[in-house]
Design a protein around this ligand. Structure first.
Ligand code: PBG
Length: 332
């Protein structure tokens, strides 16, 4: 055989052994990359399953503190809190959003005092608090009013910072809210409170199970969020949104949903080189769980592969309902 007929490069050579594969691996997933979204219930000793999100539970604050011990030992260092507000506390003006003793604010205080070194991220948006389930205040035609909503978001973000949020995360998609919140935080002396902007948040149908979990689905009743969340057809527009949020003072930006939008994560990281996050949302979690339950996908391998894909795309971190399970798998 003529040696010159062999390929000069054999890419399989570096794949032949496990240690070589790890030596040349370009990306790695660690528990440090994970943010765990949790649903908070009022009262005590309350624990409810979310049917469309098998394995996810809504917890009252006392049980959340209990569970946090386990997550802490697994190395989870960041939580994103989502309050489940009773219907009786929802209103047209969403005033419960900035109640200093609201559920999110209470949970922030309790977690911060019990686990001072766990990062607490709070959701800034009005949908858990509006009787109609939209993320902002609506006018007589049902249109979500931008500037009026921003005023309420500012109060909400300040109340979260006061209660101990390390990161406030506006997920509402109103124009100008990052600048307004940044200004108010500076004025209020919260110079080190971070803003993670849900900059490129799409009007996605993958949020369905989340809306079941927080109880905003029933309210929206066939309505949608297309006048403020982005059109899934667009990609350049996401870069505009991200550029504005950075300019207005965001410390970190987020793309949401995750897996169907990894192209946006990639473009964002390449263009702006800022800390970039992605949210593997409730619908993505539900699809995986459905396939696992049927034995159609290998659960452990697919969880880690799906999360590594975010790192490869350029994400610095991932919000995922798989966080504790992934942390457990990474410990092995
Ligand atoms: C609300 C909010 C939503 C999610 C996070 N914050 C839902 C929505 O915009 O309707 C979705 C998260 C998920 O699906 O896991 N502002």
């Amino acid at each position: 055989m003529n040696p010159s007929s062999f390929p000069a490069r054999r890419l399989r050579r570096l794949r032949a052994q496990g240690a070589l594969r790890s030596l040349v691996a370009e990306h790695a997933l660690t528990t440090d990359d994970l943010i765990y979204p949790v649903f908070v219930l009022p009262g005590s000793q309350q624990r409810e399953a979310v049917p469309s999100m098998p394995g996810v539970e809504r917890l009252s604050i006392d049980l959340l503190l209990e569970e946090m011990k386990t997550w802490y030992d697994l190395g989870i260092k960041a939580l994103a809190l989502f309050p489940v507000t009773p219907m009786s506390q929802k209103s047209e003006c969403a005033k419960e959003a900035f109640n200093p003793d609201g559920l999110a604010q209470q949970a922030l205080r309790a977690l911060k005092s019990a686990f001072p070194d766990v990062l607490l991220m709070s959701d800034v948006a009005l949908d858990p608090f509006t009787s109609h389930g939209q993320d902002g205040l609506v006018n007589e035609n049902g249109y979500v009013m931008n500037d009026e909503t921003v005023e309420v978001l500012v109060k909400q973000a300040l109340s979260h910072a006061q209660a101990g949020a390390d990161i406030v995360a506006p997920s509402d998609m109103m124009d100008g809210r990052i600048g307004a919140i940044r200004h108010a935080l500076e004025q209020g002396g919260f110079i080190n409170t971070c803003i993670m902007a849900y900059s490129a948040k799409y009007a996605s149908s993958y949020y369905g199970p989340f809306r079941d979990a927080v109880g905003s689905a029933a309210n929206i009743k066939g309505g949608d969020k297309k006048t403020y969340q982005m059109d899934p057809a667009n990609s350049d527009e996401a870069l505009h949104e991200i550029a504005l949020d950075i300019q207005e003072g965001a410390d970190m930006v987020m793309v949401k949903p995750g897996m169907p939008y990894l192209d946006i994560v990639r473009r964002c990281k390449a263009e702006f080189k800022v800390p970039t996050f992605a949210y593997q949302v409730s619908g993505e979690y539900a699809m995986h769980q459905a396939a696992f339950a049927n034995g159609w996908l290998n659960e452990e391998a697919v969880i880690l592969e799906s999360l590594l894909a975010f790192k490869r795309a350029g994400a610095d971190g991932i919000l995922t309902y798989f966080a504790p399970q992934a942390a457990r798998l990474l410990q092995r």
